[in-house]
Design a protein around this ligand. Sequence first.
Ligand code: IMP
Length: 177
Amino acid sequence: MAATEPQPEAFRVLIDRPTLLQRIAELAREVRAAFPAEPPCLVAVMDGARVFATELARHLPGFPAAHAVRASSYGHGTQSSGQVLLAASAIPVEGRPVVILEDIVDTGRTIDKLRTWLLAHGAVEVRVCTLLSKPSRRVVAVALDWVGFEIPDEFVIGFGMDVDGRYRDLPHVAVYR
Ligand code: IMP
């Protein structure tokens, strides 16, 4: 961490941990109810969604592991580059319903690109479950099936979300700066 960076406690808490955990349990119940016959293939956008995906899967039968897909649009800092780079290894989506687990939907470009990719690889349907959404930042219109919290146009850190690899391990969601 740069010497000038503030300590994590300096950042304003936007959503505290008990509130996050309670909402994630609700989301898991809704996802579970939506797929009574066949459990969906879970695809988590790494690294940001790892904490969210693990917590949500804890409430699903058999604690299924989410498949990892890497997407990057934030090269450095808090400004999106506008280009989404996807890196996904073989994910068994052919003929299966898929639920994308995302930490935060901002411009919508990542979800848009990932949904197209999953459908092209044979997913029968793709739904999206995101912990956070910043609707005021949307550039691409994307349908979100489950949203934990809508938040204002603030750059947030913690609960898996980072800025240049820092602050991911904060136990809550805080506003950066
Ligand atoms: P989108 O493609 O613009 O919707 O960006 C989605 C991705 O950008 C997320 O998966 C995050 O990795 C990152 N992102 C967007 N907003 C934030 C934020 O406020 N904090 C941390 N990461 C963010």
